[in-house]
Design a protein around this ligand. Structure first.
Ligand code: COI
Length: 356
């Protein structure tokens, strides 16, 4: 039922001049920072206006020890990716969505934010300045990390007097060490990621520091990551430390509804739209932890993670495994549709990509 027309792309049609590429081992890139050439910085003064930003060499930044971001966590980040196509063109995936999400998060964190246009133009400039670091087609992507930070000094608890918007990039491969193989999750019963009325629904830096302890414990036991439950009833699944979660049962796809404690993932939203365009029923609702036992397939989505199949979930010492190889047919279909779109292997029927 696919509406996407996928053209076969022959490797020989590639027009990349290898001399344009940075000299790294493109066959073995993981999700780690590789320093690139340039980063972008834009300051915002007390009056809330971001001035002209500029590209500068990638490197350390100087920051006041009393900066609000260091002392009180007044900071947000974003994540998006650029892909290099066979024809040499560069594709960004839905950058305006990241700009809008940063603006929503900034409102919650009492910060001024760049306009959508400023954000997107800054992303484009940063990607183009680091073009030689965008992996060849099929070898990965350029991960783009915008930051918004209260960099002005505070001592008493208050919003910072001034702010810095910064973007750096790094070529990346697969997020999980499993690659595209299924990951194994453990449901966390003691720690919680988010609370009603808290900041779980925005991409503030503190949400990520808060999950490190549970994640470390899970990894020490051999799990890939942690699946969080709601903190009130410990009954509804919320999300994984670094991505959203979906279940598939009888070809109906369900994912926890966005209600303040769940990060509104752009890949989450895109997968919902792609699935619906393929004729699937998708429900955004409360999903109970018991439904994991009955599910046919489970998968995670995120910018870094893309779509990662879940091979097993352990809850209170009970382990449930999914399918033969853990990468079920619905997950596979959605993975292929989404990544073909992102990488420019298909006609962009959704008008989601921005070509540089
Ligand atoms: C992303 O998927 O871009 C994120 O921001 C998650 C992060 C933990 C890598």
């Amino acid at each position: 039922t696919s509406r996407n027309r996928c053209d076969a792309v022959s490797p020989s049609s590639s027009s990349i001049d290898v001399a344009e590429l940075a000299e790294i081992d493109w066959d073995n890139i993981d999700f780690g920072l590789k320093p690139t050439d340039y980063m972008y910085a834009m300051k915002c003064s007390r009056d809330g206006d971001f001035s002209e930003g500029q590209l500068q060499r990638f490197g350390n930044i100087e920051i006041n020890p009393s900066a609000a971001v260091l002392n009180y966590g007044q900071g947000l980040f974003e994540g998006l990716k650029a892909y290099r196509k066979q024809d040499g063109n560069i594709l960004l995936f839905r950058p305006e969505e990241n700009a809008i999400r940063m603006r929503n998060g900034a409102e919650r964190m009492c910060m001024p934010a760049p306009s959508v246009e400023q954000f997107v133009e800054a992303v484009k400039a940063t990607v183009l300045a680091n073009k030689r670091w965008i992996p060849p087609p099929g070898k990965g992507s350029l991960y783009i990390r915008p930051l918004l930070m209260g960099t002005g000094p505070v001592l008493g608890l208050a919003p910072a007097p001034d702010y810095t918007f910064l973007i750096y990039v790094s070529p990346v491969g697969n997020y999980f060490k499993e690659g595209v193989a299924p990951i194994n999750l453990i449901v966390e019963n003691d720690f919680h990621r988010a609370t009603p009325g808290g900041t779980g629904g925005v991409k503030t830096i503190g949400n990520y520091a808060a999950v490190l302890k549970a994640q470390a414990a899970a990894k020490a036991k051999g799990y890939s990551d942690v699946l969080y439950l709601d903190c009130l009833y410990k009954r509804y699944i919320e999300e994984v430390s670094s991505c959203n979660i979906f279940i598939v049962k009888d070809n109906v796809i369900s994912t926890p509804a966005i209600k303040g404690t769940i990060l509104p993932g752009i890949t989450r939203k895109s997968i919902i739209e792609v699935a619906r365009s393929h004729g699937f029923k998708v429900e955004e609702r409360n999903v109970t932890v018991d439904e994991l036992v009955e599910a046919d397939e489970v998968f995670c989505t995120g910018t870094a993670v893309v779509l990662s199949p879940v091979g097993s979930i352990t809850y209170k010492s009970q382990r449930v495994s999914y399918g033969e190889d853990g990468f079920g047919p619905v997950s596979k279909q959605l993975y292929t549709s989404l990544t073909s779109l992102q990488m420019g292997l298909c006609e962009d029927t959704m008008s989601w990509t921005v070509q540089l």
